[in-house]
Design a protein around this ligand. Structure first.
Ligand code: ADP
Ligand code: NI
Length: 213
């Protein structure tokens, strides 16, 4: 499996290498590392599906690729050619098609396996902390959103479409990011997410001080 995981890593690198929305290869590489650490803390012995799904979780995401169905077909063929079993492929697809926050807004929380729960936690942890702050600002630039507007209040979203409409970067902290710690599946994930949220709150305190100087 080690060799197969390296091939999967290379596939993700090829697909995400040129992403400029904050979902590049280094994002999925960090998610794989965070997920692997959470898996150890949860006592999971075989991490192959977790690592594979971490690398592939944004390869068929509508934020990142233009044609989701074509990318999904290509990925299925790639994994079949690599020699993964039908069951393994289904497990990976179920995880990467159901872990996203936007999906959860529409469909409610998916019943993920422990492997899926760990990848979801890892993806959400990488949306928080110092890296989370930068990724959010970077994504805001990508979608031509303002950094901040004191006259625009944060909203509550219930549909993916509304969630995808432009917001300010700072509002995104309240609209999504600060809600993430309570959605964590694992204890270790919740703890790390909480620490990162605290850092972001400190950052915002300074931000408002500087804004109102
Ligand atoms: P998911 O892939 O789970 O649906 P998102 O669509 O929220 O998650 O995208 C992941 C990351 O992209 C977020 O954590 C954030 O950094 C950035 N992002 C998404 N939407 C916005 C937004 N409206 N403003 C700023 N950043 C955003
Ligand atoms: Ni991601």
């Amino acid at each position: 499996m080690q060799n197969k995981l390296e091939m999967i890593r290379q596939y993700a690198k090829e697909k995400l290498g040129s992403d400029r929305s904050g979902h590049d290869f280094y994002h999925v590489e960090r998610v794989a590392k965070i997920a692997s650490r959470l898996a150890e803390q949860e006592g999971v012995k075989d991490q192959a599906i977790i690592v594979a799904a971490s690398y592939l979780h944004d390869v068929i995401d509508d934020k990142v690729v233009a044609d989701v169905a074509t990318e999904a077909d290509e990925l299925r063929i790639f994994l079949t050619d690599l020699g993964l079993s039908e069951g393994e492929i289904e497990e990976i697809f179920y995880i990467i098609e159901n872990l996203s926050y936007s999906k959860e807004l529409e469909a409610g929380k998916a019943q993920l396996s422990l492997a899926g729960q760990i990848v979801q936690d890892a993806d959400r942890i990488d949306a928080l902390g110092a890296i989370g702050i930068l990724r959010t600002a970077y994504y805001g630039g990508h979608t031509q959103s303002p950094l901040y507007d004191p006259n625009v209040a944060p909203k509550r979203f219930t549909t993916k479409q509304a969630y995808r409409e432009k917001s300010t970067v700072i509002n995104h902290f309240y609209e999504k990011l600060f809600k993430l710690p309570e959605t964590m599946n694992t204890l270790a994930g919740k703890e790390e997410a909480g620490k990162r949220k605290t850092f972001m709150e400190e950052f915002l305190k300074r931000f408002y001080e500087e804004w109102d100087i």
